[in-house]
Design a protein around this ligand. Structure first.
Ligand code: SAM
Ligand code: SF4
Ligand code: SF4
Length: 300
C-alpha cells in the first residue's frame, strides 16, 4: 500500500475514533450470488442466481466511493463465475483500482484458476485439512491447493469459517498457510448461525478453546491476520454491532455492516471477526489499534 494511503487511513481513524463519526471506509459489492458449490455452512448462494451487469456494478462501486469507501471487497456467490460479455472479475478489479480504491480484495472459493494480478489481496476460502474441508465444501481441496500454488499472485490469504465440523483443524490450516507457496497469511471467522445452519455454531467454550489456540499460534509466529485483543469480545459476542464503517451493496441496495443485518437476531450471534475488530478499532480501543497497526502493516 502507498504511503499516501496509510496517511488517508490514519486520518480516517482519527476522525472516526476521536470525533465519533460514523462514515464508512470499507465496502463490499455482491456481484452475483451464483455459485458452483453448495457448502454446508453457507446460506447465501444461488438464491437469485442473478449476475449483475457491469454497468450496475460500476454504479455500485461509484456509490461506495462517493460515500467515502476506499477498501473494497468483491464478493459472491462466487466472483470468478461473474461475466458480462467478455468481462470477468479481473476487469472489475481493474476498474475499481482506476476509480481510486486503495485496497481491492476478491473473496473466492479458489476452484477457478487465480489470475488476478491487479488485486491487492485475494481471500481464498479453505475450511480445514483435506478431510474436513471436503466434508464442508465437497471434493474441492486438491483443486484449490493446485490453483493457489499456480496463482500468478503472492498476496493470497486463506480464509476459514470455523464451525462444529472443522474446529479441530485450525492448527492444520495455520501449518498449510506457512508451507504453501503464494500464501501470505490466514484469517478466521466463527460460523454465523443463519436459521438453516444453526447446528454448526460453536458454544462459548468451544470458541474460547479455538481462540486460545489461534493466540498461541500467533505468538509462535504463524502469519495470522486476526487481532487477539478482539477475541474476548468475539467469544462472548460483546462487541457493539453493527459496524458503521462497513457497507455492503447489492444491485443498488446498501446495508450497513453485512447483508446479514436483515436476519433477526443474527448480529447477537455474529461470528465475523471483522465486525468485532473494526467496531472496536474505530471506537478507539487502544489495545486493538496498536495490534491492528502491527498486524496489518505486515500483510498489506
Ligand atoms: C459467502 S462466501 C463468498 C465468496 C466465495 N464463494 C467463498 O466461498 O470464498 C465468503 C466467505 O463467507 C464464509 N461464510 C459463508 N457462510 C458463513 C457463515 N454462516 N458464517 C461465517 N462465514 C460464512 C465462507 O466460508 C467464505 O469464506
Ligand atoms: S463457495 Fe462461497 S458462496 Fe459458494 S456455497 Fe461456498 S461459501 Fe457459499
Ligand atoms: S454484526 Fe454485521 S457482520 Fe455480524 S451478523 Fe450483524 S450485520 Fe452481519
Amino acid at each position: 500500500m502507498k504511503a499516501s494511503s496509510y496517511w488517508y487511513l490514519a486520518n480516517f481513524w482519527i476522525k472516526t475514533a476521536l470525533f465519533k463519526k460514523k462514515d464508512p471506509i470499507i465496502g463490499s459489492i455482491i456481484i452475483t450470488d451464483r455459485c458452483n458449490l453448495r457448502c454446508k455452512h453457507c446460506s447465501v448462494n444461488n438464491i437469485t442466481e442473478i449476475m449483475y451487469p457491469y454497468t450496475q456494478i460500476k454504479k455500485d462501486m461509484q456509490t461506495l466511493y462517493d460515500l467515502g469507501v476506499r477498501i473494497l471487497f468483491l464478493y459472491g456467490g462466487e466472483p470468478f463465475l461473474w461475466k458480462d460479455g467478455d468481462l470477468t472479475v479481473r476487469d472489475l478489479v481493474v476498474v475499481a483500482k482506476k476509480m481510486g480504491f486503495m485496497i481491492v480484495t476478491v473473496v473466492t472459493n479458489g476452484t477457478f484458476p487465480i489470475i488476478l494480478p491487479e488485486a491487492d489481496l485475494i481471500l481464498v476460502s479453505l475450511d480445514g485439512d483435506k478431510e474436513r474441508h471436503n466434508a464442508i465444501r465437497g471434493n474441492t481441496y486438491d483443486t484449490i491447493m493446485a490453483n493457489v500454488k499456480n496463482a500468478n499472485a503472492k498476496n493470497i490469504c486463506l480464509y476459514m469459517a470455523i464451525n462444529k465440523i472443522n474446529k479441530d483443524a485450525v492448527r492444520e490450516v495455520c501449518r498449510i498457510t506457512n508451507e504453501t507457496e503464494n500464501v501470505k497469511a490466514v484469517s478466521f471467522n466463527f460460523h454465523t448461525p443463519y436459521p438453516d445452519t444453526k447446528e454448526l455454531l460453536l458454544s462459548v467454550e468451544e470458541k474460547r478453546a479455538v481462540c486460545e489456540q489461534i493466540s498461541q499460534m500467533k505468538d509462535e509466529g504463524f502469519p495470522i491476520f486476526n487481532l487477539k485483543s478482539a477475541f474476548p469480545y468475539l467469544i462472548n459476542n460483546s462487541f457493539p454491532t453493527p459496524c458503521h464503517q462497513s457497507l455492503i451493496i447489492e444491485n443498488g441496495k446498501i446495508s450497513v455492516c453485512g447483508r446479514c443485518i436483515d436476519e433477526p437476531g443474527l448480529c447477537e450471534a455474529c461470528g465475523y471477526f471483522f465486525a468485532a475488530e473494526y467496531t472496536l478499532l474505530f471506537k478507539g480501543n487502544l489495545k486493538i489499534t496498536l495490534e491492528a497497526l502491527k498486524t496489518y502493516s505486515k500483510y498489506i
